[in-house]
Ligand binder design. Structure first.
Ligand code: A2P
Length: 274
């Protein structure tokens, strides 16, 4: 499994390589729960962990990384700027301290609170100072992405959004692709809600796979980087077994039709920050 997972990477517009599959740790408690999930993931061959300042678990991500014995340079670590803080540079320094690492691989604005552009020069500064390798955004619509691109010296390399067959934001995906921005899919399982859907279960049965594997595979075949979350070792393992089968064009169309967003260019149907 480890060799298999590290083979699957995307090259970002700035030349950095990001593993297509990562472990997300949203809503995982700092302490033992995060430490276990991250340690298991690293043991099982994951080389990409996605955390955030707002999750409050960067310390445990860092501890698990150190305890795993996996060399730092083999693991891709994302964290996110909490936009209720003012200064992305100072906040990156705090994240580095909590994570216990020298450089963040990917640092993204968690959501466009206060507007899409104000924090971007601070993000660019964190990159220029070498404290972060790549910079990006999250929860930005096509319009907000366009505004950042208009203001940027260094373009964002990813836009991380809620994305699944049920939230197939086709117009947003297309605008990201046009601008060379990789879409990262968070909540690919609908935070677990999509796993019982009849279509998902039927396709899973046809392939002899699990519903989670079908949803993750769909995200991969749609060209995204995907970060399912689990706190269970066997599920973390199951979620990584997605590179040894393929969904057919018919399966993909059937899944695409589950979209409830109308192919939107929006990142969210409702905004929790405004
Ligand atoms: P748990 O953390 O208890 O394993 P998403 O990635 O869309 O946010 O979904 C995460 C949710 O889906 C969590 O509640 C997680 O539960 C659950 N989950 C993750 N992987 C699986 C799986 N393979 N089978 C069933 N539930 C899963």
């Amino acid at each position: 499994m480890p060799e298999q997972l590290t083979e699957h990477v995307r090259t970002l517009a700035d030349g950095a390589a990001i593993p297509i599959l990562g472990l997300g740790v949203w809503q995982v408690a700092n302490g033992r729960e995060t430490e276990n999930a991250v340690r298991w993931a690293l043991e099982l061959g994951y080389r990409h962990i996605d955390t955030a300042q707002a999750y409050g678990n960067e310390e445990s991500v860092g501890k698990a990384l150190r305890d795993s014995g996996v060399p730092r340079e083999e693991v891709f670590i994302t964290t996110k700027f909490f936009p209720r803080h003012r200064d992305p540079v100072a906040a990156a320094e705090d994240s580095l301290r909590r994570l216990g690492i020298e450089q963040i691989d990917l640092y993204i604005i968690h959501w466009p609170e206060g507007g899409p552009t104000w924090a971007w020069s601070g993000m660019e500064q964190a990159r220029e100072q070498g404290r972060v390798r790549s910079i990006g955004i999250s929860n930005f619509s096509t319009k907000e992405l366009d505004e950042v691109l208009g203001a940027a010296t260094t373009k964002p390399v990813v836009n991380q959004v809620q994305f699944s067959p049920f939230e197939y934001r086709r117009a947003l995906l297309e605008s990201c692709e046009q601008h060379g921005v990789v879409l990262e899919a968070y909540s690919p399982l609908g935070t677990g809600r999509h796993l019982d859907d009849r279509t998902i279960v039927e396709i899973a049965e046809r392939h002899g796979r699990t519903p989670a594997q079908i949803l993750i595979r769909w995200a991969i075949q749609r060209g995204t980087v995907v970060i399912p979350k689990s706190t269970h070792r066997e599920r973390i393992e199951e979620n990584a077994r997605v590179f040894d089968f393929e969904l057919s064009a018919e399966d993909m169309s059937e899944l695409d039709r589950l979209d409830r967003t109308g192919g939107t260019a929006a990142a969210r149907e409702g905004k929790w920050w405004s």
